[in-house]
Design a protein around this ligand. Structure first.
Ligand code: GLU
Length: 486
């Protein structure tokens, strides 16, 4: 099996292209076949090196390694032209000297359904020899494929038997009058040259397929197997576009989506393993993927689900691997100076890993972890006004007394989750106060916020010294409540 991914470098790698690339890559890896990367850069005006680079980067990030290429379609222009000239020599194509606008106008005036009907009639009237002489004399002309009568059909891997009546297919231009090959010819010529056995692409190309099959047949080349995968829609049922949010793979990378999660998510856009499995790693996908379960109906791009999927991967990733990614995100957020100047555990330490382990289970992205880690890594957490209003501000004096008492009880013994919890509860019982009334103000003191992982985990991860520092700080603030109540 030889499959290919032939992006046009007219934009970044978007999720639809990435999904097509992934399906092809999975087919190649599953079968031990070859995955060919070809850059379709014949649209010179819209193609750029920057986009080519971005596409390659996106594929590398996703882990879609290619076995051959990247080759460039523009390098094959001479071969494309030679193929077109061969069709002319064999009488399977003809010269069209018409001016396209004039041809269209006359077809309309004479009620001819398609201009190519007229172009063919003119070519036949002119005769091959006369056409040759005019070409020789330098008169500009295009080459058109002479579509034979009959029907063009194939067994699509997704859609089953597909049939097109050739009467509905125009004599397509294969070489423009400026000598540039038309897209469908270039694709066929390249796919044949690269011995592609299976063409798997988006079903927006369905209407190109009969034309391409006609070209294979005219050129006497073996026709590959085709499979057209469904479109990707936004949650509103419209074709996925920038209106729905990020569509470039790189945007998701920047948002802290892990490549493994993105691969898993993309694989499930239009395919399923036939059972309830959702979280499937690279090797599991390779072992399970096949075109039999690619669906015909469009797939919906659900960013909620991507977030959930990513959360599964984040939670399962060891802190030793996740830690450096969190550090990179903190740096990207410009927080490194603020963070690492404090006495917080530095990157790579056991303390930092413990923090990452604590936060990862509630995070959806690496960015979430970085944001949530911030209060633990600075000298002094920023107080969230809403948390202060809710848990400190109503009765600052009582809150202060209880916080002082709670912390004295916590300090009096082993710094370990169960022991800390036992002492806090014992103190609450002795004071006749529910544990919640002690924990909420303490949480604000330790994290600045009303939400955090379990308070005893927080105490352990901060450590005795830093917890004490934060509580003393809070006691100072509570002693002068005007400062935060104003
Ligand atoms: N360059 C085309 C695209 O990006 C590829 C079409 C194909 O797979 O044949 O849509």
């Amino acid at each position: 099996m030889r499959v290919r991914f032939p992006p046009s470098p007219t934009g970044y790698l978007h999720v639809g292209g990435a999904r097509t690339a992934l399906f092809n890559w999975l087919l190649a890896r599953r079968s031990g076949g070859t995955f060919v990367l070809r850059i379709e850069d014949t649209d010179r005006a819209r193609s750029s090196e920057e986009h080519t680079r971005a596409i390659l980067d996106g594929m590398r990030w996703l882990g879609l390694d290619w076995d051959e290429g990247p080759t460039f379609q523009s390098d094959g222009v001479e071969r494309h032209r030679a193929d077109a000239r061969r069709l002319l020599a064999e009488g399977k194509a003809y010269r069209d000297f018409s001016d396209p606008a004039e041809l269209r106008a006359e077809a309309v005036a004479r009620g001819i359904g398609h201009p190519s009907t007229l172009a063919r009639a003119r070519a036949d009237a002119l005769g091959v020899d006369e056409a040759g002489r005019r070409a020789e004399a330098g008169e500009p002309h295009a080459l058109r494929l002479r579509v034979p009568p009959g029907e063009t059909a194939w067994d699509d891997l997704v859609h089953g038997r597909m049939r097109f009546d050739n009467a509905d297919i125009d004599d397509l231009v294969i070489l423009r009058s400026d000598g540039s090959p038309i897209y469908n010819l270039a694709v066929v010529s390249d796919d044949a040259f690269q011995a592609i056995t299976h063409v798997v692409r988006g079903d927006d190309h369905l209407s190109n397929t009969p034309k391409q099959i006609l070209l294979y047949e005219a050129l006497g080349l073996p026709v590959p197997v085709f499979g057209h995968v469904p479109m990707i829609l936004g949650p509103d049922g419209k074709r996925l576009s920038k209106r729905h949010g990020a569509t470039a793979v790189a945007d998701y990378a920047a948002q802290g989506i892990l490549p493994e999660a993105m691969m898993n998510f993309l694989a499930l856009l239009g395919w399923n393993p036939g059972d309830e499995r959702e979280k499937m790693g690279r090797d599991e996908l390779i072992a399970s993927f096949g075109m039999e379960r690619v669906q015909k109906k469009s797939a919906v791009f659900d960013t909620e689900k991507l977030g959930w999927m990513n959360g599964q991967y984040v939670a399962a990733m060891p802190a030793s691997q996740l830690g450096p990614l969190v550090v990179a995100r903190l740096e990207a957020q410009g927080l490194e100076a603020e963070v690492w100047a404090s006495d917080a555990p530095g990157p790579g330490t056991a303390g930092f890993r413990a923090l990452v382990d604590l936060l990862k289970v509630r995070a959806r992205t690496v960015d979430d972890i970085a944001v949530q880690a911030h209060p633990y890594l600075v000298d002094r957490p920023t107080l969230d006004p809403a948390a202060v209003a809710k848990h400190w501000a109503k009765d600052p004096q009582t809150v202060r007394d209880r916080l002082q008492g709670t912390f004295a009880a916590l300090e009096d013994g082993e710094w370990e989750i169960d022991a800390l919890e036992a002492r806090l509860r014992a103190y609450g019982e002795a004071e006749g106060v529910g544990a919640g009334r002690l924990i909420h103000p303490l949480r604000v003191a330790l994290t600045g916020s009303a939400r955090s992982p379990g308070i005893f985990d927080v105490l352990v991860v901060l450590g005795r010294e830093r917890s004490r520092g934060r509580v003393l700080d809070a006691l100072d603030r509570l002693a002068a409540p005007d400062v935060f109540l104003s």
